[in-house]
Design a binder for this molecule. Structure first.
Ligand code: ADP
Ligand code: ASP
Ligand code: MG
Length: 439
């Protein structure tokens, strides 16, 4: 049995969803297909709600485009007849609900996170019923078995409950199943939630892990996992094989091709992940697994994230004091702020942490409060934050056997006149990250 996921562009147009149909039909084993919303629809749903909440009546035009995309796709891919009529009716009902919700938002000019989560869920609900009809697969509602709970005001997966519900749901699984990715419900209130932007990959991984699938396939719009984002680096090429660790390092650092939480559940079960191109199905793609073929390349890929802020915690009292780092990380963790890079030199008088721009103000506030006594006595300084930065990482498990990589990396940057603001390399030696000006 395998689980196979198609992203937004793969179901985004009549032509691409017809490729999906062909790919699914060529598979001769029990299959769970997970689909994202039609490409661009999640953004449009968010945008339409914001316009409506701001009292901008042209939200109606945006909404009409959402309607048009779905209605036209059905006309193009489902032959005229009873099946087409009944599908248009089901889709029409969902679109009518959506229309009422948008109108409500427009009238009361209020958009709560709960309403927003409900609205974005329509993207996958719509795309999945179209894809189910097209592929002849039985539709299952992932809101019934993907369950989240609230932690630090974020919705996170309840793995145990979800695993048992998935197993229960697919006890006697039909040969071909289709489920919407991304969407879920709160385990207590039953309200609609989601797994975060890009979360359909995660839906597929959760199901694959719960059912001990033979493989997880992620079908997207590029030829596999590449050495860098092909939209940024035109000479990037497909990597044949990656270890789970390498894939995780690259995804965590901005390789959008796989949503970061996707890797862990399948890695634990040793289920291989195959990344394939819906628009080039005969391409080899990339396999992510634990035992990859010997490969001499020290670096497998480069990834980067813009929108980095570096916060520096400093003060003379930090030298030799035990517990400053514990306080930094506890304070941030207790406020749900994620840190993706840490750099502390051995003189110990400052620790720099990399956070996303969106978290920067909150992080400074939390740390200034945590160290308010020390700041008052002058033992420590107020936090300083530098925004407008980018973090770049080079990744490869073979780096740990190869001296001179860091030298070559920083030498190259230096010769090119690029100033490194902070850097970090863990003892695992699989990743060297550095922070530079975004430019
Ligand atoms: P989907 O809608 O199928 O989930 P995404 O847009 O989420 O697709 O992910 C695919 C995109 O990820 C590619 O179009 C590419 O621009 C981007 N990307 C970033 N880094 C990489 C990488 N290292 N390898 C391949 N694609 C990458
Ligand atoms: N449709 C959702 C998004 O755009 C989930 C996904 O595509 O994986 O984020
Ligand atoms: Mg994606």
């Amino acid at each position: 049995m395998k689980v196979i996921k198609f992203g937004g562009t793969s179901v985004g147009s009549a032509n691409s969803i017809l490729s999906v149909k062909r790919i699914v039909e060529a598979i001769n084993e029990p299959l769970i297909v997970v689909v994202s919303a039609l490409g661009g629809i999640t953004d449009k749903l968010i945008n339409t709600s914001k316009m409506a909440a701001a009292g901008d009546s042209s939200y109606e035009n945006e909404f009409r485009e959402i309607v048009y995309r779905h209605v036209e796709m059905i006309k193009e891919v489902i032959p005229a007849g009873e099946a087409q009529v009944s599908l248009q009716r089901r889709v029409g009902e969902l679109l009518n609900e959506l229309k009422d919700i948008f109108q409500g938002i427009y009238l009361i000019k209020d958009l709560s996170p709960k309403t927003s989560d409900t609205i974005v869920s329509y993207g996958e609900r719509l795309s999945s019923i179209i894809a189910a009809q097209l592929t002849g697969a039985e539709w299952f509602d992932s809101r019934r078995f993907i369950k989240t709970e609230k932690k630090h005001s974020k919705h996170v997966l309840d793995t145990e409950l979800t695993t048992s519900l998935v197993r229960e749901t697919f006890k006697d699984m039909p040969r071909r199943v289709l489920v919407p990715g991304f969407i879920s419900t709160d385990k207590i209130t039953g309200e609609v939630t989601n797994l975060g932007r890009g979360g359909s990959d995660y839906t597929a991984a959760i199901i694959a892990a719960a059912l001990d699938a033979d493989a997880l396939e992620i079908w997207t719009d590029v030829d596999g996992f590449m050495t860098a984002d092909p939209k940024v680096i035109s000479t990037a090429y497909t990597i044949n094989e990656l270890s789970y660790v390498e894939a995780m390092e690259l995804c965590n650092f901005g390789a959008k091709v796989v949503y970061p939480p996707t890797i862990y559940p399948v890695c634990v079960k040793n289920i291989p992940i195959l990344i394939k191109n819906t628009f080039n199905p005969s391409g080899k793609g990339t396999v992510i697994k634990s035992d990859i073929a010997e490969d001499q390349k020290p670096i497998k890929g480069i990834s980067s994230i813009n929108g980095t802020t570096l916060i520096t915690v400093s003060g003379l009292s930090m030298v030799g004091v035990i517990g400053v780092n514990r306080r930094i990380f506890s304070a941030l963790a207790n406020n749900g702020i994620s840190v993706f890079l840490v750099s502390q030199a051995s003189s110990e008088n400052s620790t720099s942490i990399g956070v996303r721009d969106a978290d920067a103000d909150a992080a400074c506030e939390v740390l200034n409060a945590e160290f308010s006594k020390e700041i008052e006595t002058g033992a420590m300084y107020r936090m300083t934050a530098e925004s407008g930065l980018a973090t770049v990482a080079i990744v490869g498990e073979n780096m740990k056997h190869t001296p001179g990589i860091a030298g070559k990396l920083f030498g190259t940057l230096g010769r090119s006149g690029i100033n490194v603001i902070a850097c970090a390399q863990g003892a695992s030696e699989t990743n060297i990250s550095f922070v530079v000006d975004s430019k």
